[in-house]
Design a protein around this ligand. Structure first.
Ligand code: GUN
Length: 282
């Protein structure tokens, strides 16, 4: 048996087309052009590529993007001041501070400074808390994209055993909560988990978000499972997922490729959250 491919690029394009129409309508009806401010600190080449991709995607759907470049050695207070400025700026509906930040800057302090009404990344503790109790705040982009990719298969999530490998604040923790909300039975695994292989083998839905390239082979995968590969590590200039794609493809029922799986959906969900932020704007 070989798997069906879950094509994140095509799904992201579908989402973007629909957003383009919604954004046009918002402009016509209420005169609002959604605005996203992205703050990039330093010269990390990967972050520069991510930010450029976000800018391009904004342009495609009619979101006004504003990228603020700051020096690597900037003082934390200067970054905070910039965030406060855009918290007050009525043309900015969403604020995103590209991570990682340089070591001398405290990530938690920075995320905390973003107005939760503009927290389109979904990283603020208030936004996260709302996600936990089932509120209607922003959902973090990668987990939101993952849920959309699983739904694209047409398979029911309720009652399935979902295994999440990775417990980061950006992916593992929030996606676990969102799968729980979809009535999956959820197991969260991490670097200290014992018997990882046997737990993964029992997953109907396997989400792999470890950041360790090609570390999950077909032995970890149950026949017919839905496999979502969140890993994107650059190895010798090529993007690699956490899953050994070729062998996993022979065993899974559904699988996302890297690149072209989760990545494009993360950006599409950022655009969606920015529209949501602009829509609730008074
Ligand atoms: N760095 C890697 N992924 C992300 C993301 O989703 N948001 C932000 N702000 N930074 C990132």
């Amino acid at each position: 048996m070989s798997a069906n491919l879950i094509d994140g690029k095509t799904l992201a394009n579908k989402v973007k087309e629909s957003l383009q129409n919604d954004i046009k309508r918002l402009g016509n009806d209420r005169g609002i052009v959604p605005g996203l401010t992205v703050i990039l600190v330093g010269n990390d080449p990967a972050s520069q590529i991510y930010v450029r991709n976000k800018e391009r995607a904004c342009k495609e759907v009619g979101i006004r993007s504003n990228v603020v470049y700051m020096e690597e050695n900037i003082h934390q207070d200067d970054l905070l001041r910039e965030i406060y400025r855009y918290n007050q700026d009525s043309d900015t509906h969403g604020i995103l501070v590209q991570l990682p930040l340089p070591d001398h800057i405290d990530e938690g302090t920075i995320i905390n400074a973003i107005d939760p009404r503009k927290d389109v990344d979904g990283f603020h503790p208030i936004t996260m808390g709302s996600l936990f109790v089932g509120g209607d705040g922003f959902e973090p982009c990668t987990p939101k994209g993952i849920i959309a990719l699983i739904k694209e298969t047409g398979e029911e999530i309720a009652g399935k055993h979902a295994v999440v490998i990775g417990r980061s604040n950006i992916v593992g923790k929030p996606v676990s909560i969102m799968l729980l909300r979809e009535n999956a039975t959820v197991t969260v695994c991490h670097s200290r988990t014992k018997n990882l292989k046997s737990i993964a083998q029992s997953a109907d839905i396997l989400i792999v978000a470890m950041g360790r390239p090609e570390s999950i082979d077909s032995e970890y995968i149950k026949e017919g499972a839905i496999v979502i590969d969140v890993g994107t590590t650059r190895v010798e200039g090529k993007l690699k997922g956490d899953v050994k794609f070729n062998e996993a493809f022979q065993k899974a029922g559904w699988i996302t490729p890297v690149p072209g799986g989760v990545g494009p959906m993360t950006i599409a969900m950022l655009l969606k959250n920015t529209l949501q932020a602009a829509t609730i704007h008074e």
